[in-house]
Design a protein around this ligand. Sequence first.
Ligand code: KG4
Ligand code: ZN
Length: 333
Amino acid sequence: MLVLSFESSCDETACAVLEMSDGVREIKSNIIASSVDVQALYGGVVPEIASRAHIEAISKITYEALSTAGVTIKDIDLIAVTNGPGLIGALLVAVNFAKSLAYANGIPLVPVDHIKGHVAGNYLTHKKLEPPFLAFVVSGGHTSFFDVKTYTGFDEIASTRDDAIGECFDKIGRVMGLPYPGGATVDNLARVGNKHAVSFPSPAISKDTLDFSFSGLKTAVINYLNTKNQKNELYSKEDVCASVTYSITEAIKDKVSRALSETGYGKIVLAGGVSANSHIRDELNELCRELGAEFYAPELSLCGDNAAMIGAQGYYEYLNGARAGEDLNAYPS
Ligand code: KG4
Ligand code: ZN
């Protein structure tokens, strides 16, 4: 079945065409237009700018996704669209566009949860991967463990109690004057810094829970940077990035081992924009090798927001009986 999918929950407008059937998971096109360059001028996502950029981009990228895949709208069997969580004005652009296209062409439409979509990016990378498994979703808005019982049945078992991991990387990056969003630059600088240079608090909070808390770590790093600036003392951005990353990866390793042992799963799937982080990928790979568990992460092109992951999840939602009517709405959280 040919699936046309859309994603506009934040600052990426994305459209993809997939071939999905029993044993086939193939990306035929995966187009992304981003307003990140404009958002960078403001140091973060301005919702109205994101919505306007989606409106400008969505028709164009749909033509591009169809033509790159070598198909027309008449060939499409299913339309999938992210309807939450995300910025409401941004979500509504793709939801309305997808509804119109589905209605005008008599094509079934399914709504897709953005977080489930991130996990489904792994099905396109690892063609034989199937639930059940433990998923760890790390993005700009989320840091959660899920018990993924089936392709569509997720139970959240733990999460951050405050900031998301990506938000923490981005805010620290902003205070150091790194380009927005800072996550990828922090990752690169950390590769050449000394991870033991500064001791920052752990986001792992207590041993009795799988939950995280990133606000204490974020505040500690910002205080460290502000104090250095006030005293006119030099600091090494590379060392700060390496030390923050070390504190985060140690906490993640601790929680992941615990989550695997508590759930009894021998398989963990990493997902979300922060799954591109080379340190987290390397450390989890190593940890799972030691524990004898299987570790999966999306290929780098499928870590950040994209529509291919939404099409993959949409296909499984469709098989599970999901259908959206003309009253489909978007939800922010
Ligand atoms: O999933 P995503 O594209 O958007 C949300 O759904 O939130 O995630 C975006 C987040 C941003 O915070 C960005 O800085 C972070 O993913 N990110 C990274 C890396 N690449 C992107 N964080 C750490 N290391 C990276 N290599
Ligand atoms: Zn995302």
